[in-house]
Design a protein around this ligand. Structure first.
Ligand code: C2E
Ligand code: CA
Ligand code: CA
Length: 770
C-alpha cells in the first residue's frame, strides 16, 4: 500500500479505533514521521509567506531532531530542516510528491544529513466522531486548520534496503531503455523532480544532465508555458497520462516546440513519479504552418487565395442574413463582392513574358491592398482575377464609390522593365443578401457582372442586377441549345462572295459563315453566339462543323464545274478559325482529314485567323499555320487593324492575305471631321475618307510590300468601293456586292457565271439572315 493511501479513509465507516491504530502505527515507525502544515494558497493563488509548521511527530523524528516529542508541534519546520535547495514551503507546494535531501538540525545545533519523502494529505470526509471541522484534512482532521494543507514527511534513512533496491531496479531499467534512445526522455521517481534524463533530452535542451536533474528542467520551459507544464505534472502524478504541446528554450536561446507525453509511474516506497518522452516538433509545425499558409494564400502576391475567399464568404453569408431583421424597412448595411478582372492581361503575359505578367499582378495586388478600408479583404482567387470583399455598403452610392475606387486604383500604368503598360480592369459587383446563396454562387454571379462590364467595353464596373441576370440566364440557355444543335448538325453555313470589284464584279472566293436558327428565338446573330460558344468551349466543334460543310459544298461545286454545269467554282472557301480551335491539340490533322474526306485539297481552303488569336499564342499558332501552309492551305489575318501588335509580328507570320477590318472601310466615305482648333472649312489636300483612307492606304501598301493579298471587308457603298479601287485593293467583300447567301442562292449566282453588277446603292437583303 502506498503511504498516501494510509490517509484515505476506507469508506465512511472507518471506526475511531482504526484511526487510533493508525496513529499508533505511525508513532511506532522506526522511520521519522512528521506531519507538517502550511497555510494554503489564497483564492488568488498567492503563496503564503509563513513557513510550514510541525503538527505531529513520532518518536523516531523526535530522536532525529533531538527535540522532545511534545516540544516539536508548532515549531517552524525551517528551524529544524534545511532542504538542499529552495525554500521548503515552495518546494512542497510545487512538487506535491517529492523526495529530497535535507539537513536536520538538532537542539544542540548539530547537523544531520537525512532524506525525506513528502506527500500531501488528501482532503477527505471527517471520521465519525471526530470534531466536524469544515475543510479539515482527512483522517487527522483535528491536526489541520481549514486554510491549511497538511503534508507527511517520512524519513528514508540511507541504507533503507527496500527503497534502495527499488531505486536501483528502476534506474537500471531506465538506463537500458533510455540511455541511447533517440527519443528525448525524462524520468521522475517522485514529484516533479527529475532523477534521470537521457542524452537526447540533454542534446535537445543544450544542457547537461546535471543541470536538468531535480527541478532544473523546468527552467528550460518558456516562462509563459510553465504553469501549464506544472499543471500537466500534477495530473500525471495523480495517475493520469497527459500529453502537452509546449515550448522549451535551449541553452543558446532558441525556442523549440515540443510534444510531451507524460505517463505516470510509481516507485514502491516513494510515491508517484512519471516518465515522459519529449518530441521536438518545431520543424514539423513550421512545415505544417507553411502548408496551412500555402493552402490559403496565393504565393505570387501573398494575398489570400480562392479557398480563403470562399471561407471568408461562408463566414459572411449567415451574418448577412441575420443582419436584416424581418420586416425592416431599410436593409442593413451590406457587404459586397467586387471582382476585378484585368482586361487584355493575356496579351501582356503572352507578348512580354510571364515575368512581366507577374509584375503587373504583384503591383495590382499591392495597390488594391493599399486602397481598401480596414476590414475589407483583398484576395486573388486565380489568374488575372482579384476579388475584394467590402463590408458596409449601405446604399447604391456606397457601392458605386467602392467600385469606382477599385477601378481607379487598378487603372494606372504599371512600369515593367522600363515599359509603361496601361492597365485596364473590369469590375463586377454582387451584394450579399441577394439571391446568390452560397459562396460559389456569389463568385459565379460576380463573374457574370464582370463579364458584363467587359462586354460593355471594359474599364468600367457593373452591378449584377435583374437585367444582367436575365441576360446571363439567356446566355446559358443559348449555350445549351447550341450544344444540342451542333450535336444534331443543325447549324447552317452561308457563303459571302469575295469579289474582284468593278461595275461587273467577279466572284473570286467565298467566306463560310455559320448561321443558327433557334427553334423558338429564330435566327441568332453569330456576333452573339460565337463568343458564347468560345467561352463555353463549343467553338472547336462549331468550327469543325462549318469546315466539314464548307469542304463538302466546295467538292460539290468542283464536281459541277468538271461536269460543265458550273462555268466556274470559287477558287477557295475561307473558313473562320477561332484562337481556341487553332491551339487545340491535333487541329492540323483534323483539317487535313476533313479536306481529304470531302475530296478537296488544302489549297482549296483559306483559314481566317484574327490578329488577337495570332498574338495570344504566337509560337503555337505559327507552327500549326506553317504546317498547314506547307500543305497548300492559305491563311488570312481577319479583322486586320483592330489588334495592336500586328505590324511587329506581321513580317514573320505565315500568312497570305490581310482582311482590312470593316471599321476602317466604314469610315472611308466619311468627310474628315474638323480637328479641334482647326479653321472650319475644307482645306486643299483634304480627301474623302480622311484618316480611315490613310489607314486603308497604309494597309494596302504594307501588304504589297510584304507580298500579301488584301481583302477589304464590309464594303457597303459605291463611295467606299471607289476609294478602295483608287488605292488598288484587288478584292472586296461586302453588302454592296452581296450579303452572305444560302448555299442554293450561291449556286444560282455561280451558275449564272459568278458575276455581280455593282448596284448604285446598298441593296436590301435578299435573304433574311440573323
Ligand atoms: P467576320 O469573320 O469578320 O465575318 C464577316 C462578318 O461581316 C459577317 O458577319 C458578315 O455577315 C459581315 N459583313 C459582311 N459584309 C458586311 C457589310 O457590308 N456590312 C456589315 N455591316 N457587315 C458585313 P457574321 O456572319 O454576323 O459573323 C460575325 C462574326 O462571327 C464573324 O466575323 C466571325 O468572327 C464570326 N463567325 C462567323 N462564322 C464563324 C465560324 O464558323 N467560326 C468562327 N470561329 N467564327 C465565325
Ligand atoms: Ca472572317
Ligand atoms: Ca472580319
Amino acid at each position: 500500500m502506498d503511504p498516501e493511501d494510509l490517509w484515505r479513509p476506507a469508506g465512511a465507516a472507518t471506526p475511531p479505533e482504526v484511526a487510533a491504530a493508525l496513529l499508533h502505527l505511525a508513532s511506532a515507525q522506526p522511520h521519522p514521521v512528521l506531519v507538517v502544515s502550511r497555510p494554503a494558497d489564497d483564492v488568488h493563488g498567492r503563496v503564503p509567506r509563513e513557513a510550514p509548521r510541525v503538527r505531529w511527530a513520532n518518536a523516531a523524528a523526535a530522536e532525529l531532531l533531538a527535540v522532545a516529542a511534545d516540544a516539536l508541534p508548532e515549531l517552524a519546520l525551517t528551524r529544524l530542516l534545511r532542504p538542499a535547495a529552495g525554500a521548503l514551503g515552495d518546494h512542497l507546494r510545487r512538487e506535491r510528491h517529492t523526495r529530497f535531501a535535507a539537513t536536520a538540525t538538532t537542539s544542540s545545533g548539530e547537523a544531520r544529513a537525512c532524506e525525506l519523502v513528502a506527500w500531501p494529505v488528501p482532503a477527505a470526509p471527517a471520521l465519525p466522531g471526530a470534531p466536524a471541522t469544515p475543510g479539515a484534512p482527512g483522517a487527522l482532521g483535528a491536526l489541520g486548520a481549514p486554510a491549511e494543507e497538511c503534508w507527511v514527511l517520512q524519513g528514508a534513512l540511507p541504507g533503507d534496503a527496500r527503497a534502495d533496491a527499488a531505486l536501483r531496479a528502476a534506474e537500471e531499467r531506465f538506463a537500458t531503455l533510455a540511455r541511447s534512445s533517440p527519443v528525448a526522455t525524462i524520468v521522475s521517481d517522485v514529484g516533479a523532480r527529475l532523477s534521470h534524463v537521457n542524452d537526447a533530452f540533454a542534446a535537445l535542451t543544450g544542457r547537461s544532465a546535471a543541470e536538468l536533474h531535480g527541478t532544473g528542467w523546468l527552467d528550460c520551459v518558456v516562462e509563459e508555458e510553465r504553469a501549464a507544464v506544472v499543471e500537466a505534472v500534477t495530473h500525471v502524478l495523480a495517475g493520469r497520462p497527459v500529453t502537452l504541446d509546449t515550448r522549451l528554450r535551449t541553452a543558446t536561446g532558441q525556442v523549440r516546440w515540443v510534444h510531451v507525453r507524460f505517463a505516470p509511474s510509481r516507485t514502491p516506497g516513494y510515491g508517484a513519479g512519471f516518465i515522459a518522452t519529449v518530441e521536438d516538433v518545431t520543424d514539423r509545425l513550421a512545415r505544417e504552418h507553411r502548408l496551412a499558409y500555402q493552402a490559403q494564400h496565393d504565393l505570387l502576391t501573398g494575398l489570400p487565395n480562392r479557398l480563403a475567399l470562399l471561407e471568408h464568404l461562408a463566414g459572411l453569408l449567415p451574418a448577412a442574413e441575420g443582419s436584416r431583421p424581418p420586416g425592416a424597412e431599410h436593409p442593413a448595411p451590406r457587404a459586397g463582392v467586387l471582382m476585378v478582372d484585368l482586361d487584355d492581361f493575356k496579351t501582356v503575359n503572352d507578348g512580354l513574358g510571364p515575368e512581366a505578367g507577374d509584375a503587373v499582378l504583384v503591383e495590382v495586388a499591392r495597390r488594391l491592398a493599399a486602397t481598401v478600408r480596414a476590414g475589407d479583404l483583398v484576395t486573388r482567387p486565380g489568374g488575372d482575377e482579384f476579388v475584394v470583399v467590402c463590408h458596409d455598403l449601405p446604399d447604391a452610392d456606397a457601392v458605386a464609390a467602392a467600385a469606382r475606387r477599385v477601378l481607379d486604383t487598378v487603372s494606372a500604368p504599371v512600369e515593367v522593365n522600363g515599359l509603361r503598360l496601361d492597365v485596364v480592369a473590369s469590375v463586377g459587383v454582387v451584394l450579399l443578401g441577394g439571391p446568390s446563396g452560397t459562396p460559389d454562387e456569389l463568385l459565379r454571379d460576380a463573374g457574370i457582372a464582370t463579364h458584363e462590364a467587359k462586354a460593355a467595353g471594359g474599364g468600367r464596373w457593373a452591378l449584377l442586377d435583374d437585367e444582367v441576370r436575365r441576360r446571363a440566364r439567356r446566355a446559358l440557355r443559348l449555350v445549351a441549345d447550341l450544344r444540342e444543335a451542333l450535336a444534331r448538325g443543325a447549324v447552317d453555313v452561308h457563303y459571302q462572295p469575295i469579289v474582284r470589284p468593278g461595275p461587273v464584279a467577279e466572284v473570286l472566293s467565298v467566306e463560310a459563315l455559320c448561321r443558327w436558327r433557334h427553334p423558338e428565338l429564330g435566327p441568332v446573330d453569330p456576333g452573339t453566339f460565337v463568343p458564347l460558344a468560345e467561352r463555353a468551349g463549343l467553338v472547336p466543334a462549331l468550327d469543325a462543323h462549318v469546315l466539314a460543310v464548307a469542304c463538302r459544298d466546295l467538292a460539290g461545286w468542283r464536281a459541277a464545274e468538271r461536269s460543265g454545269e458550273l462555268p466556274r467554282a470559287p477558287r477557295w472557301v475561307a473558313v473562320n478559325v477561332s484562337a481556341v480551335t487553332l491551339s487545340a491539340e491535333g487541329f492540323a490533322d483534323s483539317v487535313r482529314r476533313t479536306a481529304a474526306g470531302a475530296g478537296v485539297q488544302l489549297s482549296d481552303l483559306c483559314l481566317e485567323v484574327t490578329e488577337t488569336a495570332l498574338a495570344s499564342d504566337l509560337r503555337a499558332c505559327r507552327e500549326v499555320l506553317e504546317e498547314l501552309r506547307r500543305d497548300g492551305a492559305r491563311v488570312a489575318v481577319d479583322d486586320f487593324g483592330t489588334g495592336y501588335s500586328s505590324l511587329a509580328y506581321l513580317k514573320d507570320l505565315p500568312v497570305d492575305h490581310l482582311k482590312v477590318d470593316r471599321s476602317f472601310v466604314r469610315d472611308l466615305d466619311a468627310r474628315p471631321r474638323p480637328r479641334p482648333g482647326a479653321v472650319p472649312g475644307a482645306r486643299p489636300g483634304d480627301q474623302r475618307g480622311g484618316p480611315a483612307r490613310a489607314v486603308a492606304a497604309a494597309v494596302v501598301s504594307l501588304a504589297r510590300t510584304l507580298g500579301l493579298g488584301v481583302v477589304a471587308e464590309g464594303v457597303e457603298t459605291p463611295e467606299q468601293d471607289a476609294v478602295l479601287a483608287e488605292l488598288g485593293c484587288e478584292a472586296v467583300q461586302g453588302y454592296l456586292y452581296s450579303r452572305p447567301l444560302e448555299p442554293a442562292a450561291l449556286l444560282a449566282l455561280l451558275r449564272s457565271g459568278g458575276r455581280i453588277e455593282r448596284p448604285a446603292a446598298v441593296p436590301a437583303p435578299r435573304t433574311v439572315t440573323a
